[in-house]
Design a protein around this ligand. Structure first.
Ligand code: OSB
Ligand code: MG
Length: 370
């Protein structure tokens, strides 16, 4: 019988080329967790759990993920040959901890692909051959630096610009950018920096023809967002608030958003991402794939998520060499045409995992065998 006989976890730290500043803090070096499952027939699956180091975006952190994966999730996969769906069902009694679960589920998708001799793209029944990408720009103090960067990204082919905003970087910033780039496909992401008390600021932002405003209010809120959506014409896009299919269903029913930024890592499941895709189709809600500056393995899975039918806006998929000194996969993620990334259609991850880079950047390691 085919079964997982070895489960490994690598906590790695990758040097980044720039500091990404948001309303919740700064991302400098990127810590992330690589999961590796080995079957008794030699097949290997890799996944990535990429919480931030601190619980500032969601509740999970690198530390909580290591604990949950090693103590609760490895024992469930070890000695078995679970499909991604079976893994989701078998771990549904563990509340939350979605980013931790995601690393293992991805490794199981990669294993599934090899056992079925079918690419992940085909397992997802994706019809696209490439995904469009946009650029996410962190908080910057200099208006001219920001405008230069936007101009550079437009020239490189990025199809949409997302600017992080915070109470000290909002209306003036957007006013200036709009003046300089009247026709730019532009959106903002507040990472929960506002409340309904700031309605005047949010109504002011509503005047700048923004594609959407992402997560303006509480990280776990849908009620206030529904109250806000009826007062502004800019579509609200939820990120932090939507951590599952059920959250998406309730937010849609309440009218809390018109768009959802689906990060499969935040939902904690590519399987559940497929269910949200169906829900969106039925309710005429548009999706797009966000990112969390993950390393190459999670980023590869972001490409597969972005290939689903209801993902209608450009994705936040960082190109490997823009963010990391050295990524953990090859070929590195790059544009095949201006503003487009090709969707791999190969068996397995679709990229080669460079284990020597993982080992070189490793700061902690756990292993369980059966
Ligand atoms: O809110 O979308 C977010 C990065 C880390 C955590 C949260 C967010 C982000 C980004 C990065 O916006 C966008 C990207 O990866 O391209
Ligand atoms: Mg966001």
């Amino acid at each position: 019988m085919i079964k997982v006989v070895k489960a490994e976890l690598f906590h790695i730290r990758l040097a980044t080329k720039f500091v990404f500043k948001t309303s919740f803090g700064e991302i400098k070096n990127r810590d992330t967790i690589i999961v590796k499952l080995t079957l008794n027939n030699g097949i290997v699956g890799y996944g990535e759990s990429a919480p931030l180091s601190e619980p500032v975006y969601l509740e999970e952190s690198i530390g909580t993920c290591k604990h949950i994966i090693n103590d609760f999730l490895f024992p469930i996969v070890l000695g078995n040959n679970l499909t991604p769906k079976e893994f989701v069902e078998k771990t549904s009694h563990f509340r939350g901890n979605r980013i931790a679960k995601y690393g293992i589920e991805c490794a199981l998708w990669m294993i599934r692909s090899q056992l079925k001799s079918k690419s992940i793209k085909k397992l997802l029944n994706s019809k696209r051959t490439s995904v469009c990408i946009g650029e996410s720009i962190g908080l910057l103090d200099s208006q001219s630096e920001r405008n230069e960067l936007i101009k550079k990204r437009i020239n490189q082919g990025y199809k949409r610009i997302k600017l992080k905003i915070s109470p000290d970087h909002d209306v003036e910033v957007i006013k200036n950018v709009r003046k300089t780039f009247p026709n730019l496909s532009l959106m903002v992401d507040a990472n929960s920096a506002y409340s309904l008390k700031d309605i005047d600021v949010l109504k002011e932002l509503d005047k700048y023809n923004l594609l959407m405003i992402e997560q303006p209010l509480g990280f776990d809120d849908i009620i206030d967002h529904a109250k806000l959506q009826v007062q502004i014409k800019t579509p609200i896009c939820l990120d932090e608030s939507i951590v599952s299919y059920e959250h998406a269903r309730k937010a849609i029913e309440l009218g809390a958003c018109k768009i959802i930024n689906v990060k499969p890592g935040r939902i904690g499941s590519l399987y559940e991402t497929i269910r949200i895709n169906k829900l969106a189709k039925k309710n005429n809600i548009k999706l797009w794939c966000g990112g969390m500056l993950e390393a190459g393995i999670a980023n590869a899975f972001n490409i597969y998520a972005a290939s689903l039918s209801e993902f209608k806006y450009p994705a936040d998929i960082f190109l490997s060499n823009k963010i990391f000194e050295q990524d953990i996969i090859s070929p590195i993620i790059d544009m095949k045409a201006k503003g487009e990334i090709e969707i791999p259609d190969k068996i397995g991850l679709g990229f080669k995992v460079n284990e020597e880079v993982i080992i070189k950047n490793k700061i902690d390691y756990m292993i369980v065998t059966s």
